[in-house]
Design a binder for this molecule. Structure first.
Ligand code: 2AM
Ligand code: CA
Length: 272
């Protein structure tokens, strides 16, 4: 993507993301309409829908040729991967939004010809706006984020993953996760994939593992992570196709290979 075009879309997207955050903040104390989707744990609220509709309308009005991949169904149905595609999650961490009224984020990514160009993550209640443009660095509230420290000792590492990964399931090996849990210093779970990846990008956590996430859950945060030289792959170490759902393992450079080779690759054999 041309640098000037990227800068123009970045400024425009920033305005929309901040506005989306303002609408969410103003609605925090209203009565919520909460529905579940495929499972009882998979929630959607009136605010998720309202914010997605707001963002989709603005994007389509301004950039009619761009396509949109989004969680709540207002985006495009057919995404080829050519041209410019927006990946939007109006609220990532909806269960936190409902139960805690914090620890959730608006996530907006712009992908051009399959390459992540612009990422915005807005932690609405903390009022932290994380942003990145490809090859131009990552920022938190316009302050440049530093390069990630390379940490190698697993015994000193802090990881995050959803604790459901420790429960019995047909899909993966909980004993592998138990071995990792016993190896590292601590395991935490924040409950928003976007914010877990951002914590890695900020150096507050050393890695994040997830079972099955959609493009809009991770696209923007991975663009930020790339700019601080973190690594994002599928759990088996494979490259991520930004238009497909799948597992995620993000971390700093020091621990990525050892966790993939010593733990996650075996687990992946069962998954695929
Ligand atoms: P969401 O809040 O946008 O649904 C929770 O650990 C994280 O996993 C959240 O980022 C959540 O995103 C994401 N996630 C993806 N698919 C999910 C599902 N089917 N149910 C619950 N959380 C899901
Ligand atoms: Ca969501």
């Amino acid at each position: 993507m041309n640098e000037n075009v990227r800068a123009e879309i970045y400024d425009q997207a920033k305005e929309w993301v901040l506005k989306a955050g303002e609408i969410i903040r103003d609605s925090l104390n209203e009565q919520r309409i909460i529905k579940s989707k495929e499972s009882k744990k998979d929630l959607v609220t009136d605010v998720d829908k309202k914010i997605e509709l707001f963002l989709v309308k603005e994007i389509k009005r301004t950039y009619p040729k761009h396509l949109i991949l989004s969680e709540e169904g207002y985006g495009d149905k057919e995404i080829t991967g050519n041209g410019t595609v927006w990946a939007i999650d109006p609220i990532d961490g909806t269960r936190n939004f409902v139960n805690q009224k914090k620890n959730f984020a608006v996530s907006v990514a712009v992908i051009h010809q399959g390459v992540g160009e612009i990422g915005f993550i807005y932690d609405v209640t903390e009022e932290f706006l994380y942003s990145a443009r490809k090859s131009e660095g990552a920022y938190r509230n316009d302050k440049r984020m530093g390069d990630l420290e390379v940490k190698r000792e697993l015994e000193e590492a802090s990881l995050s993953f959803n604790h459901e990964l420790l429960c019995e399931s047909d899909e993966f090996d909980r004993y592998t996760m138990e071995r990792i849990t016993n190896k590292v210093r601590l395991v935490r779970s924040k409950g928003s994939a976007t914010l877990e990846i951002i914590q890695v990008a900020e150096g507050l956590s050393d890695g994040y593992i997830a079972k099955k996430l959609s493009p809009w859950d991770v696209a923007a945060a991975i663009i930020v992570l790339n700019e601080v030289h973190g690594i994002a792959t599928r759990a088996n170490g494979n490259k991520i196709n930004p238009f497909e759902e799948g597992t995620i393992f993000v971390s700093n450079k020091g621990i990525h290979k050892q966790i993939v080779l010593n733990y996650l690759k075996d687990w992946q054999r069962k998954l695929i």
